[in-house]
Design a protein around this ligand. Structure first.
Ligand code: ATP
Ligand code: MG
Length: 298
């Protein structure tokens, strides 16, 4: 087991798709650091929480070894290394604690456009290029399909053209890369997003309190993304219809009333466009007000 520490360490990607959003998220949780962003180590100033800037591939291992307490990494990377550990009989050493609502993508099978896709049984005897060999091998095994997994560390999408594989298993977000390589997605193995990863067992020293505090702040920040406080007045007989128009909001809360009208407020977690406000107005809401929420401890 790793030695006790009184400062928390969080590993995030140094550069790449998750680097900037991970940093902004932690900043929104009230963290700040002394070092510039291109350094490997950032010393926490506002709280004893330091950052390690690394390649995303290294993050699960840093948590497993107890070098870092938390990491922000794609579920794809975490699951792949978890599946690889399980394949060689190692115990689980980390877990996804929270989905973070960014870095969305899918791990998909993609075949040459001219294939007439009939289903997984078509994969028998085929060669599949991927950077996710453990997830793919588990997925194939669950379906009883005997295909060959060809592990590549990058440029997976050109493997079919090069003749090194028949199809691929890779991350897809818009699908533009697949289309540019005359491939089409046919099966989803994993829906991924950036997650906060942590150890299976919380350390029993000063870090435990810091970890709990950070999780609480993170929940506040993630929950508030896209959330607004909505306030309005209405007649009592309009309230149920207005509530029906707000399926993405918390239950309406009644404030002390104001000369006959009810005054109501709610936290709405979906977009409140002008069009929606006009619709609410037609249904009897008056004096509609949409307010941004800076911080909240739910
Ligand atoms: P590093 O140098 O840190 O190893 P990388 O090249 O492995 O970087 P990025 O391309 O920056 O990683 O992707 C990081 C993560 O972003 C992926 O693991 C995945 O979770 C997420 N992601 C979101 N959309 C995509 C996409 N279209 N392609 C690849 N990754 C994506
Ligand atoms: Mg990587």
């Amino acid at each position: 087991t790793a030695p006790a520490r009184d400062r928390l360490r969080i590993a995030i990607q140094k550069s790449g798709r998750l680097a900037e959003p991970a940093r902004s998220l932690l900043t929104a949780c009230g963290l700040s650091w002394r070092q510039s962003r291109d350094k490997l180590f950032c010393y926490g100033e506002s709280l004893p929480v330091d950052l390690l800037l690394v390649r995303d591939d290294d993050i699960p291992g840093l948590i497993a070894d107890g070098v870092c307490d938390f990491g922000i990494v794609g579920r794809n990377e975490l699951d792949e290394q978890g599946a690889a550990r399980r394949r060689i009989g190692l115990p689980d050493a980390y877990q996804a604690l929270r989905g973070l609502n960014f870095g969305q993508c899918r791990l998909m099978l993609a075949v040459p456009e001219e294939w007439d896709w009939q289903g997984v049984q078509q994969l028998a005897g085929k060669r599949i290029a991927t950077s996710y060999p453990a997830i793919l091998a588990d997925w194939l095994a669950e379906r009883g399909v005997d295909a060959q997994v060809v592990e590549l560390s990058g440029s997976v999408e050109i493997a079919p053209r090069l003749g090194t594989a028949d199809l691929i298993c890779d991350l897809v977000s818009s699908g533009a890369t697949l289309a540019a390589n005359q491939l089409k997605p046919v099966e989803t193995l994993l829906e991924s997003e950036a997650v906060l990863a942590g150890p299976v067992k919380t350390p029993d020293d000063a870090r435990a309190g810091l970890m709990a505090m950070l999780l609480r702040r993170l929940d506040g920040v993630v929950k508030l993304q896209d959330s607004k406080l909505l306030m309005f007045r209405a007649e009592l007989d309009r309230v149920s219809e207005l509530a029906r128009l707000l399926p993405d909001a918390d239950p309406l809360v009644q404030l002390p009333d104001d000369g006959g009208h009810l005054r109501l407020q709610t936290m709405c977690h979906g977009a409140l466009t002008w069009q929606r406000l006009e619709e609410l107005e037609r249904a009897g809401a008056q004096g509609l007000m949409v307010l941004s929420v800076e911080r909240s401890l739910a």
